[in-house]
Design a protein around this ligand. Structure first.
Ligand code: ATP
Length: 325
């Protein structure tokens, strides 16, 4: 290979910038040219790309978001969109592509590469949801969890001062990874997850017991994808049965995506970007780089997309109720 393009796609995640930096500098170190693609697959179709040099990625390690911007791009799902993207890549002499994103991004990359195998593709798992197979952690998950913890610690202060019961919604439509870790870290009284159904009656029983045990505040974390109908429905159902607490609902929302990447995500982004370029140089394609048992390993995109891993640690799930008595 001689020229690599790099893009970020799907939801943004802290740690994407350290990864872009590692891709650019590893490629340049190895004598390759690098092109940055703006707004994910949209930039391929609209030919919105620029040549990058060592200085293009100066002072970005500490920045949240992605300097390349990201987008959701429906035309890339169509044959015509893919053909236009291919044409633009070929015109620029690009023969390899690093895509940083989640499963939608990988699905697009794999389809594209099967149609146009002369462009090698390498995926980097970048999503705060930590829901990809082939990497114990995804880029952005650690920072997002830390951001949630910081917010919940502050909510705990006011909850405690007023005997309040807080229901806090955190991100995770299909994945309770952030909810579970934040819940353990902040001593949540209960954590409602998409992966594990919690009956409202059990939740109410648990909260009443906590009150009898003289708990002055309670925090219940609800992942977006919990099956009880959303944080407001859960709070309403509990309010009917629990009247000793002043009940409040907080939705943390998009603040969870922002912020300077944690040390973990800066290192992970650097390792994954470095490994992605080295794998392309070694002739690999249609794979993703991931962290497994503290080693960087390759997984085929096919496996990463087809095999779903249950990622919530059994001991964490087990200790939720035990540690919050
Ligand atoms: P996150 O997990 O953070 O949402 P993601 O990568 O899964 O990230 P998506 O919006 O699902 O985010 O996908 C990103 C982009 O990948 C889409 O906007 C589209 O351009 C491309 N894509 C998704 N699915 C396909 C597909 N089946 N074929 C081609 N391209 C696709």
């Amino acid at each position: 290979i001689s020229k690599i393009a790099v893009l970020t796609s799907g939801g943004d995640a802290p740690g994407m910038n350290p990864c872009i930096r590692a891709v650019v500098r590893t490629a340049l170190y190895n004598g390759l040219e690098v092109v940055g693609v703006r707004q994910g697959y949209k930039g391929l179709i609209e030919n919105d790309m620029y040549d990058m040099n060592k200085r293009s990625v100066s002072n970005i390690l500490n920045l949240g978001g992605t300097i390349l911007k990201t987008a959701r791009c429906l035309p890339f799902k169509e044959d015509e969109g893919m053909a236009t993207a291919y044409k633009h890549l070929k015109e620029r002499g690009i023969d390899a592509l690093v895509v940083i994103g989640g499963d939608g991004t990988f699905t697009g990359a794999l389809r594209f590469s099967k149609k146009y195998p002369d462009i090698a593709v390498m995926g980097v798992p970048g999503t705060i949801d930590n829901d990809l197979c082939g990497s114990t952690y995804t880029l952005g998950f650690d920072t997002a969890t830390n951001t949630v913890i910081e917010a919940i610690d502050k909510i705990r202060d006011t909850a405690d001062a007023h005997d309040r019961l807080f229901f806090i919604e955190v991100m995770g439509r299909d994945s309770g990874a952030i909810a579970l870790r934040a819940g353990i870290s902040c001593g949540a009284e209960a954590i409602l997850l998409p992966e594990k159904q919690t009956a409202i009656e059990d939740l109410i029983k648990n909260l009443k017991e906590g009150h009898m045990n003289k708990k002055s505040s309670s925090i219940v974390i609800v992942a977006e994808g919990d099956k009880n109908g959303g944080v407001y429905d859960v709070a309403k159902a509990v309010q009917k049965e629990v009247n000793n607490y002043d009940i409040k609902v907080t939705i943390l929302g998009h603040l969870q995506r922002g912020g300077s990447p944690s040390s973990f995500d800066r290192i992970l982004g650097s390792r994954l970007g470095f490994a992605a370029v080295n794998a392309l140089i070694a002739g690999e394609t249609q794979k993703m780089v991931g962290l497994q048992a503290n080693h960087i390993l390759l997984t085929s995109l096919e496996d990463a997309l087809n095999n779903h891993e249950f990622k919530l640690e059994a001991d964490l799930l087990q200790m939720v109720d035990i540690l919050s008595i």
